[in-house]
Design a protein around this ligand. Structure first.
Ligand SMILES: Cc1cc2nc3c(=O)[nH]c(=O)nc-3n(C[C@H](O)[C@H](O)[C@H](O)COP(=O)(O)O)c2cc1C
Length: 191
């Protein structure tokens, strides 16, 4: 796959096979995250890979999934993530752009995962207090977001935006994700 194919192929995946991801791959994803651009090159981000089965199970109830799908949003038992990468902001490093840095580094992880055939869901809906407790994260680190990972057990495809941005699932369980059209978002030279 070339870079354009990887970008097009990457979709949020919320159903996973219960197959372990090699730790070398998880480490590689963080290695790619580390190389992302960083405002003033301050590099305030740190990462926790969680692949211990008990911890993975403990994290799941702290996460929110696919709000638009109601009770069908979260993956049922047997389809849940097998690993997480937690994105932390070290508050002692005075970065002017921690959230932008996080966006850039997370995308590196998501695209690397897609390249390796691994599905991912970027999760902002987290019970951060409980997560901090479970993973023993010090107070001088902000919990930014987490990435749920696993080999995909669902299909998700892009649709042209047609009045609603809400993703939806068809009767075969395929997720459809509307994206705004290029011509509606692109301006040349002047607005
Ligand atoms: C910052 C951020 C936070 C997100 N948080 C969640 C979340 O808490 N739960 C979830 O199921 N999806 C979450 N998503 C995934 C989005 O719902 C998903 O990217 C969007 O529906 C578009 O689908 P796509 O990633 O397949 O293009 C998040 C995405 C971003 C960028």
């Amino acid at each position: 796959m070339d870079i354009y194919e990887i970008i097009r192929k990457r979709r949020t995946i919320r159903r996973f096979k219960q197959k372990e991801i090699p730790i070398e791959l998880l480490e590689k994803f963080v290695d790619m995250a580390r190389l992302a651009p960083s405002g003033a090159n301050m590099q305030p981000l740190e990462y926790i890979i969680v692949n211990d089965k008990n911890l993975v199970d403990e994290i799941f109830p702290l996460t929110g999934w696919a709000g638009y799908l109601g009770k069908d949003g979260p993956p049922p038992q047997g389809k849940r993530p097998v690993a997480y990468i937690v994105i932390l902001i070290n508050k002692d490093i005075k970065s002017p752009t921690p959230k932008h840095d996080s966006g850039a580094s997370v995308e590196n992880i998501l695209l690397s995962a897609t390249y390796e055939g691994i599905g991912s869901c970027w999760i902002g809906s987290i019970n951060r207090d409980k997560l901090r407790e479970i993973l023993e994260i010090p107070e001088n680190y902000e919990i930014d977001t987490i990435i749920a990972l696993g080999y995909p057990d669902e299909e998700s495809i892009i649709e042209e935006f047609d009045g609603s941005i809400k993703y939806w699932k068809d009767e075969k369980g395929i997720m459809h994700v509307p994206k705004r059209k290029l011509k509606d978002i692109l301006h040349f030279n002047k607005f």
